[in-house]
Design a protein around this ligand. Structure first.
Ligand SMILES: Nc1ncnc2c1ncn2[C@@H]1O[C@H](COP(=O)(O)OS(=O)(=O)O)[C@@H](OP(=O)(O)O)[C@H]1O
Length: 304
């Protein structure tokens, strides 16, 4: 879709700050829940690669890394389209003028790379049946929350986040699109030993991108030269992606995503939560976190 076509789209009040409803206890936009039967019955293919994340956990970064790997480090090829057109976001549906993720995916020749934010129990069952490979990326809750809050302010296709104080409580209660962060990261963590899932952490990617890209290469059974590996690291750095219109979401009109409110590529840094949480908010968050994560072997770093 050209930028000119994009500019005419979705300025309709109905799709901005959308209505929400729940499916299986998970908050979704009404367009997604209306489309739920089609999403649930989505037909995965054995050679699909799915990038699954909770919102704001490093999805776009991982999408770019995977595309660079699949294109042998050719950054020009990775400029062929915006992230969301290269790798369909399967459950995302918008009014008819913009193609839904499902439509894009169904028309795409194999091998496909797809994106989802669905919690593990909501993943279309064909992914398990076809044994498709899945990369799951998790990010610590506090940085996720901060990123999600700013994203909801700038992206009019998300419900209004309200004030920072209100948003912190909504996030803790899981009353945000795609539901509870806590259940999401734990659910996928438990699934990783039963399926072909590579479970990565945003903080590890930031600490040592080379090491984490090598894990992805191994998982994809792909070998690249040191020169190509360095190209992938360079092209997918925060600074490069921030300037890349095919990865930074600036191809969407400002009536949808207003980067002057907060850019999509905002900070890209573990520990940014310290600039937002008050001491009291942090203490309350930690106490609630300990309860919600009790009994799980999953641990996160909140700074590196
Ligand atoms: N290359 C690279 N390096 C480090 N960090 C990066 C990179 N690319 C994206 N980001 C940061 O990831 C956050 C966006 O997350 P997602 O891509 O998962 O967003 S989305 O859920 O798909 O909308 C968002 O985080 P915040 O900056 O904390 O808001 C992006 O800045």
């Amino acid at each position: 879709m050209s930028l000119e076509e994009m500019k005419d789209l979705c300025v309709d009040e109905k799709c901005l700050r959308p209505e929400t409803s729940e499916v299986g206890g998970i908050l979704m936009t009404k367009l997604m829940s209306d489309n739920w039967d089609k999403i649930w019955n989505f037909q995965a293919r054995p050679d699909d690669l799915l990038i699954a994340t909770y919102v704001k956990s490093g999805t776009t970064w991982t999408q770019e890394i995977v595309d660079m790997i699949q294109n042998d480090g050719d950054s020009q090829k990775c400029q062929r389209a915006s992230t969301f057109n290269r790798q369909p976001f399967i459950e995302w549906a918008l009014p008819p003028l913009i193609k839904s993720g499902l439509d894009l995916a169904n028309k795409m020749p194999s091998p496909r790379t797809l994106k989802t934010h669905l919690p593990v129990q909501m993943l279309p069952p064909s992914f398990w049946k076809e044994n498709s490979k899945i990369i799951y990326v998790a990010r610590n809750a506090k940085d996720c929350l901060v990123s999600y809050y700013h994203f909801s302010r700038m992206n009019k296709l998300m419900p209004d986040p309200g004030s920072w104080e209100e948003y912190v409580e909504m996030f803790k209660a899981g009353k945000v699109l795609w539901g509870s962060w806590y259940n999401h990261v734990k659910g996928w963590w438990d699934a990783k030993d039963r399926h072909r899932i590579l479970y990565l952490f945003y903080e590890d990617m930031k600490e040592d991108p080379k090491r984490e890209i090598q894990k992805i290469l191994k998982f994809l059974e792909k070998d690249v030269s040191e020169d190509i590996l360095n190209k992938i690291i360079h092209h997918t750095s925060f600074d490069m992606m921030r300037q890349n219109p095919m990865a930074n979401y600036t191809s969407l009109p400002s009536s949808i995503m207003d980067h002057s409110i907060s850019p999509f590529m905002r900070r890209g840094m573990p520990g940014d939560w310290k600039n937002y949480f008050t001491v009291a908010q942090n203490e309350a968050f930690e106490a609630d976190y300990a309860q919600k994560m009790a009994g799980s072997s999953l641990t996160f770093r909140t700074e590196i």
